[in-house]
Design a protein around this ligand. Structure first.
Ligand code: FMN
Length: 166
């Protein structure tokens, strides 16, 4: 079984417990790297062609209106992977449109898809539901959700979940 971690994560200003803080390393990225390290598998970070604004307010404004978002290295192939972890921050109760675009660009029949997410309080929101309609033909395993500010301290939960889903 070959595994891959695909994720999107943002740096810059973010709302943390209702306060605006500057995030040097995205919360989802912290978890994506933990999974990659645990499985010693490949990892692919979705980088927007047009970077998201540093400003939290401007980012929220763009995300609210965004219908789709192109990413760099869009010729990346998932063909050789059996298991694909999909990591994202909860944006408006689901995943950012850059993740939606990646899901749309690939064929999922026969793959196992495992979502993980960081959030302010809304867990995976409707992300799992939307995922279900986007990766037709895939087996979807139970997702992992953690509050962003716990990303550095969730190792035990993360390990337990990985054992459950793999
Ligand atoms: C545009 C935008 C929309 C968001 N919407 C939600 C939301 O609906 N529910 C929630 O719990 N958190 C929401 N958040 C907070 C993020 O999910 C949270 O800060 C996450 O951990 C950020 O991950 P990252 O550092 O990997 O980008 C939103 C953040 C942004 C920037």
């Amino acid at each position: 079984m070959r595994s891959l971690v695909v994720y999107f994560s943002r740096t810059g200003e973010n709302s943390v417990n209702g306060r605006i803080e500057v995030i040097e390393k995205g919360y989802t990225e912290i978890i994506a790297e933990k999974i990659q390290k645990a499985l010693e598998c490949d990892i692919f970070k979705l980088e927007p062609v047009e970077p998201y604004p540093f400003s939290y307010e401007e980012c929220v404004e763009r995300a609210r209106k965004e219908v789709t978002c192109d990413y760099l290295n869009s010729d990346f192939s998932i063909d050789e992977y059996d298991v694909v972890f999909i990591g994202f921050p909860n944006w408006y109760r689901s995943y950012p449109r850059i993740v939606a675009k990646f899901l749309k660009d690939h064929t999922w029949v026969g793959k196992t898809v495992i979502p993980f997410c960081t959030n302010e309080e809304g867990a995976l929101g409707i992300g799992e539901l939307e995922l279900r309609s986007s990766v037709k033909g895939a087996i979807i395993k139970k997702g992992f959700a953690e509050r962003g500010y716990n990303a550095n301290s969730c190792d035990e939960r993360l390990e337990k979940w990985l054992k459950e889903v793999l």
